[in-house]
Design a protein around this ligand. Sequence first.
Ligand code: UDP
Ligand code: MG
Length: 338
Amino acid sequence: MNLPVLSVVIPVFNEEEGLPALFARLYPAMDKLGVTYEIIFVNDGSRDRSAALLRQQFERRPDVTRVVLFAGNYGQHLAIMAGFERCRGERIITLDADLQNPPEEIPKLLAKMDEGHDYVGGVRTKRADSWFRRNVSRVGNYVRERTTGIRMTDHGCMLRAYSRPIVNAINACTEINTFIPALAYTFAQNPAEVSVEHAQRATGVTKYSLYKLFRLNFDLVTGFSLAPLQVFSLIGFLLALGAMGMVGFQVIHRLVRGEAAEGVFASVMDAVLLFVSGLVLFGIGLLGEYIGRIYQEVLRRPRFLISSVLEKPDAEDQQDAGFQVAPETRAETLARIK
Ligand code: UDP
Ligand code: MG
């Protein structure tokens, strides 16, 4: 069995409008590289015709195309994980399906790897996203750097290249809420970055709602750092000090003046109380966040379900028709995604 030199992993969620353009640019760009490659699309439970388009593409280029079909929508990062588990290349590239990361930039990443780096991240030079998205990312970048110590110029850029040992390490991780570029960074020994072009989304809309974006950035921080919890004990400590000071003030006031301090001080206390209760509630929520994760890990449920995989039979197991058929049969899957 000949293993490809390069694997490209692409998560796909409701991208029917953009896929034809992606195919038209990606395959020529890969063919031009002159190395063996495979492209693994992971359909993340798309509700449009993406699965059918991927199937057609598989039929057009079965030599280099593999398609993993998720049974539901599990999110971009788990989709990439599924691709990582199956890819066979020595080097692995991740790419978005919406052509915001130009496939023509892949050689840049590979050239950087040739210099001996095991992990190369893309940095979007002129980011073609809305003001809002750019600023959410900026805040996310800042908080992440401060809390996790992970230094990436642009954690939102999915055009990245990973060496085989890093992907193996990622594959050994069983966590559910994760952020792959950061995870890779924790394993990389010699990471590097290159600047890459960034285009407007060719068609369709972003698959990240405000809520999903918030969750993703939260996952990034809580997934790689305990700092949010630790900050809480610090704030709690400072508040306790402040409260002690106020009690001291009241006591002295009583002793010296013979009466309780009133007026402005009482209302300040009200404000402080309100602030502290807000903080306590937030703290409980934060605890819940970590405990929720522990709970999920303890359950050890499968992270994603694959309904079927379209790929050429491997030389090794010809007897199996080349399709992983669980729980659907191949025929059922093909009929469904017509
Ligand atoms: N994506 C996915 N599952 C999701 C959301 C997104 O597989 O639940 C894919 C999507 O198809 C695209 C990539 O992840 O290939 C990045 O998504 P998108 O372009 O919407 O994110 P943005 O560029 O707005 O950050
Ligand atoms: Mg995009």
